[in-house]
Write a protein that binds this ligand. Structure first.
Ligand SMILES: Nc1ncnc2c1ncn2[C@@H]1O[C@H](COP(=O)(O)OP(=O)(O)O)[C@@H](O)[C@H]1O
Ligand SMILES: [Mg+2]
Length: 409
């Protein structure tokens, strides 16, 4: 199932909320390009989640352009970039369609990776027969100095709360879902102009425990969180703390994310152990800060949970599995029916293990899940299910439920 952001991504420029003048500029730009006049590339910049990338795409759809798109991961290697740009140097691609070149998040460019890239871009700006649109968060970023003289800038601002509210109400209407006005307002206020965050939270709230609302701040900015986690887990340098500090992610929450995901990324057992030691220290500084009201301690915990964890990386990481949501969010995001089911199973198991239900959910269910996974590998599914039934009184459904839990988040 696609997310609200994907499902309701604007297809035409008029579907984009806010930034009326800027959208008009894009519409004109389309007319100018269509008339065959060479145009300076447009650089759309502004805060995250305001529709910059969406606008570039909608522009392409409205004008019938085929998109050649680059993103942060492409700004490292000049040679590949050059190759992929070939079709743009003429006005039509091999199949005769017109193309547009989109450089998304161009401020992620870093001359450190490959000096050749800036040259390729400026050459393209001068010679390209196809229109070019770039997006960036920060126009004033030092890495963009080289292109300022070539581009026309279009600044995107945050859409107003009213505009976001009506977008959300439209979506609720289309989905046939009712949600009380207060909840919608809280989501919109928290998102603070970030439409992507608002849509993600709206989706999270549908059918979820109302308690989740209090934790929305944590679930906010999933994309941003993943980017910071990437920096922490793939880097081996202290510098990853800069990404963590610069991000708006709540540091308590970041700690939970890192906690949940150290074993998802680090492959070496030693790295995992070292990373957890560092994280434990971070958590201690965190607690000290709240206990003593001396917030200077947060400096240490922030550095430890980010750069400190990166330093434990000896080079064996896995990027195959998606990040896991911290269990607190995972639990709150489950639907009522699921929670009911979890409760029932936990109630049953708590009589067998003689521990409370919470302990069952947090400590025992993950173990049972592991047991079943390795059991199936060794003895097959039938045998494993029979074992679960015999020893833990779990029906096939219940056992399956435990095994599948947490996979889809
Ligand atoms: N102004 C907007 N109008 C309508 N939808 C938007 C707007 N801004 C963001 N969105 C929604 O959020 C998603 C992400 O927006 P995106 O364009 O990627 O943001 P940005 O590039 O500015 O960070 C879009 O796919 C769309 O669903
Ligand atoms: Mg974008």
């Amino acid at each position: 199932m696609s997310s609200f952001c994907e499902k309701y991504a604007p297809i035409t420029l008029n579907m984009i909320i806010g930034n009326r003048n800027q959208i008009d500029r894009l519409i004109n730009f389309g007319a100018e390009v269509q008339s065959g006049k060479k145009q300076r590339p447009l650089l759309i910049y502004g805060p995250t989640g305001t529709g910059k990338t969406a606008a570039a795409h909608a522009f392409a759809y409205s004008n019938g352009f085929e998109i050649i798109e680059f993103d942060a991961s492409d700004y490292r290697d000049a040679e590949t970039l050059q190759k992929r740009l070939l079709p743009a140097t003429t006005s039509r691609n091999l199949f005769g369609s017109k193309v547009i070149v989109i450089f998304d998040e161009i401020d992620e460019i870093s001359a450190r990776f490959d000096k050749g890239i800036e040259g390729i871009l400026t050459k393209l700006f001068k010679e390209s027969k196809s229109p070019v649109i770039l997006t960036a968060n920060d126009y004033w970023s030092r890495s963009l100095v080289f292109l300022r003289e070539y581009v026309e800038r279009v600044e995107f601002k945050k859409p107003s709360a009213n505009e976001v509210v009506s977008l959300m109400n439209n979506i609720l209407l289309k989905e046939g879902i009712s949600m009380d006005k207060a909840t919608v307002d809280i989501i919109v206020n928290r998102a603070n102009g970030d439409v992507r965050a608002a849509l993600n939270d709206l989706e999270a709230m549908v059918g979820a425990n109302p308690e989740l609302l209090e934790h929305l701040g944590m679930r906010d900015r999933k994309v941003e969180t993943f980017a910071v986690l990437d920096k922490i887990f793939t880097s081996k340098r202290l510098a990853s703390r800069n990404a963590a500090l610069a991000s708006g992610i709540d540091k308590d929450m970041l700690l939970k994310w890192v906690d949940q995901n150290i074993p998802v990324r680090y492959l070496s057992k030693k790295d995992v152990a070292n990373a957890y030691s560092v994280l434990a220290l971070a958590s201690r500084f965190n607690n000290n800060a709240t206990r003593t009201n001396y917030y200077g301690y947060l400096r240490y915990s922030n550095d430890l949970m980010s750069g400190g964890v990166s330093l434990q990386n000896t080079g064996y990481i896995s990027t195959i599995n998606p990040y896991l949501f911290p269990s607190v969010i995972r639990y709150l995001s489950t639907t009522k029916a699921e929670r009911q089911h979890i409760k029932e199973i936990a109630g049953k198991l708590s009589q067998i293990f003689h521990v409370n239900k919470k302990e069952i959910v947090n400590g025992y269910m993950p173990l049972l899940k592991l047991m079943m996974e390795s059991g199936e590998g060794a003895y097959g599914k039938e045998e494993t299910l029979a074992f679960m039934e015999k020893h833990f009184n779990l029906s096939t459904d219940e056992a399956d439920f435990i095994k599948e839990r947490g996979k889809h988040q």
